[in-house]
Design a protein around this ligand. Structure first.
Ligand SMILES: Cc1cc2nc3c(=O)[nH]c(=O)nc-3n(C[C@H](O)[C@H](O)[C@H](O)COP(=O)(O)OP(=O)(O)OC[C@H]3O[C@@H](n4cnc5c(N)ncnc54)[C@H](O)[C@@H]3O)c2cc1C
Length: 378
């Protein structure tokens, strides 16, 4: 049986960052992934935004990690040669009733310690984005965009350079703690069982992190780990209208932060994307259909974005990608924080579960990995 110090389950951006951090800190490390390659799920189906940390309630893990992560991630990109652009972002108040909530959001940004944010009137906002109409706006100069694939690749390289092993096409099935060591049952693509032993386990199973926790005998309803899958669509915008935008532009977020609203993002090639919307997936829908694009929402996207980008026409929109969020609540209630929990209280010392790692998980990937090893070393 293979024996290591740390097993990391899942090779999305979080698992890759955890494997890099683990190997760098001198632990023998095995990264296990059910797909044949890394980053096949949420980590390659998102807005690729380096968030500032303005949105999240002050004092939450999301707020704390995101503000630290923002600055650190730009430095990390320079070190590892990962493409990024600190393009800046506007959050706009369009209707007059949105001005007060926008000010509250600005104050939250100040309380969270976000760098350089400014409250702008309509004229100042127009100077920054001439084709955007609003009453007032928050400007966030530290928000940017990143090539998420390059970031994941850099974590994988770092993990390997420090001696980590990888097992792709290998699924975690179940694990138990015996004499202070975890024994994990894995299954490869031929259906063969593989057993490995480790002192520590990091569960970064993304959309299935709750199922992975269940595989260690955790009651996920009692622990409040059950995930609800929430789908978001993106439309791409014609090159002619993409040229009119040079910053990210967001509406006011949903009042309970269930989503940050259908926004305008840019990618590496300057292509404008609109999205994501939100809608809970019926648990009966098979995984093979999660990422199917439903074009019936085009009018909703067009109306939402045209309210602040009037040059947009319906014909400018084409179907883009679909991403799925691992949400900790299935309704529109107050948003939950990231869960990063070491399970000693359940008799499972050395197992860390990362649950509900939705946005800003990409931005916080390195900080989440550091948090995991801070907890394990305590
Ligand atoms: C629509 C959308 C937009 C977003 N936009 C942003 C953004 O702009 N900025 C930002 O910071 N964040 C954003 N996020 C959040 C960010 O994408 C996620 O937080 C991040 O990608 C989560 O990474 P992960 O590694 O936890 O999950 P994943 O990328 O889903 O990786 C989990 C991995 O675990 C593997 N796995 C699961 N179960 C098993 C098992 N039993 N055995 C082996 N492997 C297993 C899966 O195959 C998968 O590869 C967005 C998310 C969505 C959905």
């Amino acid at each position: 049986m293979m024996e290591v110090d740390v097993i990391v389950i899942g090779s999305g951006v979080i698992g890759l960052a955890c494997a890099a951090e683990s190997a760098k800190q001198g632990y023998s490390t095995l990264l296990v992934e059910r797909h044949e390659s890394f980053g096949q799920e949420t980590s390659s189906r998102n807005s690729e935004v380096i968030h500032s940390g303005i949105y999240y309630p002050t004092g939450t893990l999301k707020a704390r990690l995101c503000v630290t992560a923002n600055n650190n991630l730009y430095n990390e990109c320079s070190r590892a040669d990962v493409w990024n652009r600190r393009c800046g972002k506007l959050i706009v108040a369009v209707a007059s009733g949105e001005i007060e909530p926008l000010k509250k959001l600005y104050e939250r940004g100040l309380a969270n310690g976000v760098d350089g944010l400014r409250l702008l009137d309509a004229r100042e906002a127009k100077k920054i984005e001439p084709h955007i109409e609003c009453n007032s706006a928050i400007f966030l100069p530290t928000t940017g965009i990143i090539d998420s694939h390059q970031l994941m690749k850099s974590y994988l390289l770092e993990a390997k350079e420090h001696g980590a092993d990888t097992a792709f096409g290998v699924e975690f099935i179940a694990g138990e703690l015996k004499d202070d060591r975890y024994q994990l049952r894995l299954r490869d693509t031929n259906g063969e069982n593989v057993n490995v032993e480790a002192q520590y386990v990091v569960n970064s199973g993304g959309l299935r992190a709750d199922k992975v926790a269940e595989g260690f005998g955790i009651d996920i309803d009692k622990a409040e780990y059950r995930l609800h899958h929430n789908r978001g669509h993106y439309y791409t915008v014609s090159p002619a209208k993409s040229k009119l935008i040079s910053h990210l532009v967001y509406p006011l977020p949903h009042q309970h932060l269930v989503s940050v609203g259908i926004h305008i993002t840019l990618d590496k090639a300057g292509q404008v994307k609109l999205g994501p919307d939100m809608g809970y997936l019926d648990p009966a829908i098979p995984e093979s259909e999660w990422y199917k694009f439903d074009d019936s929402r085009k009018d909703k996207f067009f109306t939402a974005v045209r309210s602040y980008f009037p040059a947009l026409e319906s014909a400018d929109l084409s179907p883009g990608q679909v991403g799925v969020r691992p949400k900790l609540k299935g309704s529109e209630e107050t948003v939950k924080d990231f869960i990063v929990h070491e399970e000693s209280d359940k008799g499972l010392q050395g197992l860390v579960n990362l649950i509900g790692i939705e946005s800003p998980g990409l931005t916080c990937s390195r900080e989440l990995a550091r948090e995991v090893f801070r907890i394990l070393k305590n």
